[in-house]
Unconditional design. Structure first.
Length: 504
């Protein structure tokens, strides 16, 4: 059994005092590793990236922004970065300003980072004599980017004037714009500094660090040693991820795959499997290879490997045999998954995929639901949409149907992706409180709900069980429930851990 079989979307359940952190960094594929003869178009590359579970794509230059965005948008993927070369000489700072001005209307509101490596014909690598000229040019570039809400991340590149991360930090601090940060490129760091520990450097970069790129690597000076798939090489990537977590870095991580060669599909697949395994190891998550953590009856829930929307019928899901992903059977209508363990205050991470028009829910303590729903494209989301906290319900006789539903909370924004694309929730939940007599003294609260990296709820009280809950009463503890009877859905990467959430 290989790493892909073991870790690709492994369904996990753990209970410990440490923070639940799988995954915290969006992982995207740089275009240095997405192109080959079978993936020559943006559409083919975007489809490959989507299928393998990457959060998005990092491109190059401004010339093809419109077709690139079209391919990514059609698949619910994010454009994380555009690599745009800069040059600093005696006569000023130069970059594709005309291209940037043309692309900005297309980038507006997308939170895209413009990666800027800086070379020079006038100054040697790391020479601060070029700082003043570079800073003037980057100030103008940053102000231009700000019009579209875009960011600048200085990109240290071996052999260039801006060669080391320390150089990028020095210049970024001189520019001193809130949308200007620095990048830590593992391969370029190793090329310049050798196999040294970057912990102290990353601590210095922490307040300006806006992007990170990684690759598998082993000692040596050649690029074939320093840029490999993530499952190869001897470099301690787990230690790097732990350091990033320690300094509080939750930003995106790009996969550097320049010059690896071979099949990009195989390279990306191997690297994604290794990324998932690394995140599990860094967080202490223990993978489960069965559904033993859940109560009987399990109904038609089954473990699978890869899952995708069915090609000829997007209202259904297709999957391959394997482990790690729980799918609610061929009919998309079966029993709920209910954990054997019961929880009070928890921190939870979970990923899910829905078929077109499908519906499910994640019930905390089996009582309080965050809605899982196909809400792709909904302009004004309601409590019934994805990420909504579902309504409570009057069951008493003599009440009109229109008056039975009450409370419920719509997400602040619609962060839903299209059907057939993996999505995620990250939740901090505070259980209801009870006094010594057993009387409830405080309501349950969704302290924070993040959907696909976007905050959608903060400090929302729930006065009692929401509709279709397992229980009508409230208790200090209860199981986690995944709804299985409302349409095709798949879940993976479940991490739930008790935490101490203070009562105000």
């Amino acid at each position: 059994m290989n790493l892909r079989d073991i870790f690709s979307g492994v369904l996990v359940l753990i209970a410990s005092a440490s923070a639940c952190a799988v995954p915290v960094n969006p992982f995207f594929a740089m275009d240095t590793g997405t192109k080959d003869d079978q993936h020559a178009t943006f559409a083919a590359q975007a489809e490959l990236v989507r299928t393998l579970g990457y959060a998005g794509y990092g491109g190059t230059g401004f010339a093809d922004v419109e077709p690139l965005l079209k391919a990514l948008d059609a698949r619910g993927l994010k454009l994380f970065s555009l690599y745009v070369e800069g040059k600093v000489n005696q006569d000023g700072f130069h970059y594709d300003k005309a291209g940037m001005e043309k692309a900005l209307p297309l980038l507006k509101g997308r939170d895209v980072t413009v990666w800027v490596p800086v070379s020079s014909d006038a100054w040697k690598p790391s020479d601060p004599a070029g700082d003043a000229t570079a800073v003037r040019g980057l100030l103008a570039m940053a102000d231009l980017a700000a019009r579209a809400g875009a960011r600048i991340a200085l990109y240290p590149h071996s052999g260039c004037w801006l060669e080391r991360a320390e150089d990028a930090l020095r210049v970024a601090e001189a520019v001193d714009r809130p949308n200007v940060g620095v990048t830590f490129n593992l391969c370029h760091y190793l090329k310049v500094s050798g196999f040294t520990d970057p912990t102290l450097l990353l601590q210095k970069l922490a307040t300006r660090l806006s992007m990170v790129t990684v690759s598998g690597a082993e000692p040596g000076d050649s690029w074939d040693k320093l840029i490999q798939t993530l499952d190869r090489g001897s470099y301690n990537l787990n230690g790097l991820l732990q350091t990033l977590s320690d300094i509080g870095y939750t930003g995106p991580v790009g996969l550097q795959a320049y010059g690896i060669g071979g099949s990009v599909a195989d390279n990306l697949k191997r690297s994604m499997a290794a990324w998932q395994a690394l995140n599990m190891k860094a967080s202490g998550v223990v993978p489960l290879e069965n559904l033993a953590a859940f109560r009987d009856p399990l109904g038609d829930w089954t473990l699978a490997g890869d899952v995708a929307a069915k090609g000829d019928n997007p209202a259904c899901l297709d999957w391959t045999n394997g482990i790690g992903t729980a799918v609610n059977g061929p009919k998309g209508k079966t029993a709920h998954l209910v954990t054997k363990a019961e929880y009070g205050d928890v921190e939870l991470h979970i990923e899910f995929m829905m078929a077109k028009g499908s519906n499910s829910g994640v019930y905390f303590q089996g009582r309080y639901e965050i809605q899982v729903f196909d809400s792709w494209g909904v302009e004004h989301p309601k409590y019934i949409d994805c990420g909504g906290i579902y309504q409570r319900w009057h069951e008493e006789p003599g009440i009109g149907d229109s008056e039975r539903g009450y409370e419920g909370a719509a997400p602040l924004v619609n962060a839903a992706r299209k059907p057939g694309v993996w999505q995620s929730f990250d939740v901090i939940f505070r259980a209801p409180r009870f006094d010594v007599s057993g009387k409830k003294s405080a309501n349950a609260v969704f302290v924070k709900v993040v959907h696909n990296g976007v905050l959608i709820h903060e400090n929302v009280e729930v006065t009692g069980p929401t509709r279709a809950s397992l229980f009508e009463d409230e208790k200090p503890l209860g199981p986690l429930m995944l709804q299985g009877d409302h349409g095709p859905v798949a879940y993976r990467n479940l991490c739930i851990q008790p935490v101490a959430v203070p009562t105000p």
